[in-house]
Design a protein around this ligand. Sequence first.
Ligand SMILES: NC(=O)c1ccc[n+]([C@@H]2O[C@H](COP(=O)([O-])OP(=O)(O)OC[C@H]3O[C@@H](n4cnc5c(N)ncnc54)[C@H](OP(=O)(O)O)[C@@H]3O)[C@@H](O)[C@H]2O)c1
Length: 235
Amino acid sequence: MICNLSRREPDGFAGSPLRVHVSVDFAARGAVAPAARAVVEALEPVRPGPVLIIHNAGFGDYGAFPASGWETQRRLLDVNVVSVLELTAHWKPLLEKRGGAVILVASTAAWQPTPWLATYGASKTFLLNWGLALREEWREAGLGVTVLCPGPTETAFFTVAGMDQKPSGVGMHSADLVAQRGLEGWARGRAVVVPGALNQVMAAISCRLPRSCQGRIAGIILKRFRKPPSNRKSS
Ligand SMILES: NC(=O)c1ccc[n+]([C@@H]2O[C@H](COP(=O)([O-])OP(=O)(O)OC[C@H]3O[C@@H](n4cnc5c(N)ncnc54)[C@H](OP(=O)(O)O)[C@@H]3O)[C@@H](O)[C@H]2O)c1
């Protein structure tokens, strides 16, 4: 059974009793707990077996802080961080009962400060460190945690974040490839998965530089993606 939690049902998702969509806005007050309970109830009739939780929902908000405004920044933290913690707290007993693992979708943005995407990058750094901490706490119980850190990926991310252009070239991956690499890495018990050789090299270099230097270089790269706030799609 696959349970999807997001505001909109994914295309082609309906039509099978083994696919359940729970409509939820992770930034809405009090919305996460009922959605978490709906998943537990949906799984009750399914025979015992391991559960794989993939925390994928997230968005960026491009611009000098507070970018498109405090309300969007708060929503970003609710979606990218708070809902991940709340869902994991609700589903921990399910994991302990059935066994399983968690994949956290962070980003290569997690490896350094990201000027112009300051709150987004910090939210992904939070997920990276939190996920690796959880992995150790859960080691004895045999529950896995894998942090997936994609680089630029062909999705609606850049439009939603209000960026004027997408990064281009060899560093851009398809969402299918990123998902495949994430699942392969989880199956091999990897702690961190960075899809793509270029992203792996960039992450390795970035985390060896002094922190102030990391932010300076990332700022020069990210400053190029400006777009007027009026052209943005909200998330
Ligand atoms: N694309 C990239 O270059 C890239 C790189 C590194 C990491 N990532 C990460 O990959 C993950 C997926 O993003 P994407 O690239 O696939 O972008 P996307 O196409 O914009 O997808 C974002 C996903 O998050 C869900 N979501 C957003 N706001 C939500 C809310 N308030 N409540 C519930 N669900 C919400 C969306 O579903 P609904 O709109 O239906 O709610 C959608 O499924 C994110 O965590 C992102 O940070 C992306």
